[in-house]
Design a protein around this ligand. Structure first.
Ligand SMILES: *Cc1c(COP(=O)(O)O)cnc(C)c1O
Length: 398
């Protein structure tokens, strides 16, 4: 058996690769430079061009570009009207921003368990958490796989809830005949460099509801409007703008928008390559009983952001920690997505206790994400597979 790098053997890869990385080409660079040379740095035409592009990709009527995915979530929570005394049901396995936005508004996040095989929010778990105070659901397309929209939408209609989708992982994913972004009441995207397409920092909200759209536009810019129809004291004076509610400055710059437009031009290629790598991994791990791969629902045509391997602990003699460290030493560096949100000490201090979501908690103890990004070479992909299989072989129970 090959000696593991962690015990002094030769690492599978000479130089380390991480779980995600951006891909920037000369077109991206030229798009940014063009704005820096000739454009408006902010509040210019690249913003509406980006928003039109996002509508095109998602099939949504309206898009609002913002400075990051967290700002997108905050604005949707505000536009939904979440406030003190309200409960909002959130996926338990997600980046904390998905539920922090509920706290920003003074409302209470209520964590729903995941399905043990798809790792997405379980609609039956959601149903059991509904109370007269429930105002909305924030469902996360975890790893890029679409949530079970039909079931979640039915619950929202039955109880009159606002349906928010955190699609930070899922630009390019489709559910049945629709693109993610045109399904929930509001859908949030993130364009952080580890995500499928990047603006450096960036985010967006899509919606089909004009009233929500108008509100999101105002909230992105301090709550200020130049539209007389929205003013309490309308006037046609050229200088006049009116702050009609309390908003933020969550604008994105034009050079970031230009970068993102250029990135989104490559989205079909990004999606195709990610699908290719996922298929390669799925095939390689299908006959490895020590590993469990994520189940995909047939309704989701997924542009995968993360590839997760899950340890079958009955067949391995190591802990997740040992497996993680061994894989890390092979220079194919994994990451863990995610700690159940309510395990963070910030949430613990708010009174959330362990045991709330047993599937999520067990999931967390057994998983890690392995490298998945557009610019991986075929050799990188084969190296990752080799590294994972090397660690499995070492720790497999006889
Ligand atoms: C990345 C991410 C966010 C936050 O996006 P930022 O652009 O980093 O603010 C929110 N939710 C999920 C699920 C994410 O992965």
């Amino acid at each position: 058996m090959e000696q593991l790098a962690i015990f002094g053997g030769t690492p599978v890869k000479e130089t380390a690769i991480g779980y995600g990385h951006q891909y920037i080409d000369e077109d991206d660079i030229a798009a940014v430079v063009e704005v820096l040379r000739n454009g408006d740095l902010t509040c210019g035409p690249k913003i509406s061009e980006l928003e039109a592009k996002l509508c095109d990709i998602t099939g949504a009527k309206y898009a609002v570009a913002v400075c990051n995915g967290t700002a997108a979530l905050h604005l949707t929570a505000m536009a939904a009207g979440f406030g003190e005394g309200d409960e909002v049901i959130v996926s338990s396995i997600t980046f904390a921003a998905s539920s922090n936005c509920v706290l920003y508004c003074g409302a209470t996040p209520v964590f729903a368990d995941i399905k043990p095989d798809t790792y997405n929010i379980d609609p039956e778990a959601v149903r059991k958490l509904i109370t007269p105070r429930t105002k909305g659901i924030i469902a996360v397309d975890f790893t890029g796989q679409a949530v079970e929209h039909d079931a979640l939408k039915a619950i929202c209609e039955e109880y009159n809830l606002v349906y928010i989708e955190d699609a930070a992982h899922a630009i390019g994913t489709r559910y049945k005949d629709k693109a993610v972004g045109s399904i929930a009441d509001m859908t949030c995207f993130s364009f952080h460099p580890v995500k499928t397409a990047t603006a450096g920092e960036g985010g967006a909200i899509t919606t089909n509801d004009e009233a929500l759209y108008r509100k999101l536009l105002r909230l992105r810019a301090h709550g200020i409007t130049r539209n007389q129809a929205e003013m309490v004291h309308p006037t046609d004076a050229r200088w006049y703008n009116e702050q009609v509610e309390l908003g933020y400055n969550y604008r994105i710059t034009d050079f970031q928008a230009a970068l993102l437009i250029s990135q989104l031009n490559k989205l079909p290629a990004f999606s195709a390559r990610r699908k290719e790598i996922v298929e390669r991994y799925d095939k390689a791990f299908a006959d490895v009983p020590e590993l469990i791969v994520q189940r995909e629902i047939p309704e989701s045509d997924t542009t995968r952001h993360l590839y997760i391997i899950r340890l079958n602990q009955e067949k391995l003699s190591c802990s997740r920690r040992e497996f993680f460290d061994a894989l890390y030493a092979e220079n194919t560096r994994p990451q863990v997505h995610y700690l159940p949100v309510y395990w963070h000490s910030c949430y613990e201090k708010l009174g959330y206790e362990k045991g709330l979501c047993p599937n999520a908690e067990q999931f967390y103890e057994e998983v890690m994400s392995i490298p998945l990004y557009y610019s991986m070479t075929d050799e990188d992909v084969e190296d990752v597979i080799r590294a994972v299989k090397k660690v499995v072989a070492y720790y497999a129970k006889a």
